[in-house]
Design a binder for this molecule. Structure first.
Ligand SMILES: Cc1ncc(COP(=O)(O)O)c(C=O)c1O
Length: 268
């Protein structure tokens, strides 16, 4: 074995020894207790038919977007959809990313600068952690859902402050104490970012998420809504101000340097 193969084997062996080896297994037909398709939309024939009809009616439909949104991959349909989603979520504006992972990565890595501070719940999703790592900002984490610990971390923050939470944490299904977190963020002039991946389609009067359930949309700096979970599809949108959208179009590398989603994803 050469050195690099030895390294790969060593890392895999560590996983085997700690019983954490990951393996891909083919889709199975057993009862579903683990997928993100909470509402059964991914397998809904009615919805499939409606998507097909929508695709057939799209002018100049292409199988692929053909490029980055900034080059050949932007479509009126996508922009209309973004505004429709923003209106549904009572937000000023929305920008679609290829996945929730890309959305959080692009958002955090572009926003926070060297002297700024990102404070995250210790159970936050990997996409936020990776986005924060890619930024040059100071990173702090607070004990899961603990507003007292969050306040301690806010006292240590410098520059612009971004606090990142999920509204529903998938491992235990518990909710963030969002009303208290909004209050404490206001006190310290921190910008609150809420990942609604697991609340979308599930919480709020029409499935808009936890933020709207508490009518807090005007207090939140940015929200990530993902389409791959209850909506049974793929992609995500970052909701926020028109200025935030314009900023992300200019600086979020996971938006800029990637081929856009094809229009049929937007048909959902
Ligand atoms: C809280 C949270 N945010 C973001 C993501 C990433 O979303 P996507 O699967 O669309 O990349 C996930 C899950 O995958 C998630 O659980």
């Amino acid at each position: 074995m050469n050195l690099s193969t030895q390294f790969l084997q060593q890392k895999i062996d560590q996983r085997i020894q700690s019983h954490t080896l990951r393996e891909l297994s083919p889709q199975n037909t057993r009862v579903d207790f683990c997928s993100n398709d909470y509402l059964g939309f991914a397998r809904d024939k009615n919805l499939q038919n409606r998507i097909q009809i929508e695709i057939n009616n799209l002018p100049n439909y292409k199988n692929g977007a053909t490029g980055s949104r900034l080059l050949s991959g932007n479509y009126t349909y996508t922009e209309q959809l973004e505004q429709w989603i923003a209106d549904f979520h009572a937000a000023e504006s929305g920008l679609i990313f290829n996945s929730g992972y890309d959305a959080n990565l692009g958002l955090l890595s572009s926003l926070a600068q060297r002297n700024d501070t990102i404070i995250m719940d210790e159970w936050i999703h990997a996409s936020m952690i990776d986005g924060a790592r890619l930024s040059n900002a100071k990173r702090l984490k607070f004990n899961h859902n603990c507003v007292i610990d969050l306040e301690k971390k806010l006292k240590l923050a410098t520059g612009l402050i971004y606090v990142c939470i999920e509204s529903v944490y998938s491992m235990d299904g518990d909710l963030a104490p969002i009303v208290e977190i909004v209050e404490i963020c206001k006190k310290y002039k921190a910008h609150l970012i809420v990942d609604e991946a697991h609340a979308t389609g599930v919480l709020g009067a029409q499935g808009q998420g936890l933020v709207q359930e508490f009518n807090l949309q005007n207090e939140i700096f940015a929200r990530t809504i993902t389409f791959g979970k209850a909506l049974g599809c793929h992609g995500a949108v970052v909701l926020g101000s028109h200025k935030l959208r314009q900023f992300l179009i200019n600086f979020a590398r996971s938006f800029i340097y990637t081929t856009a989603l094809p229009s049929h994803t937007s048909c959902l």
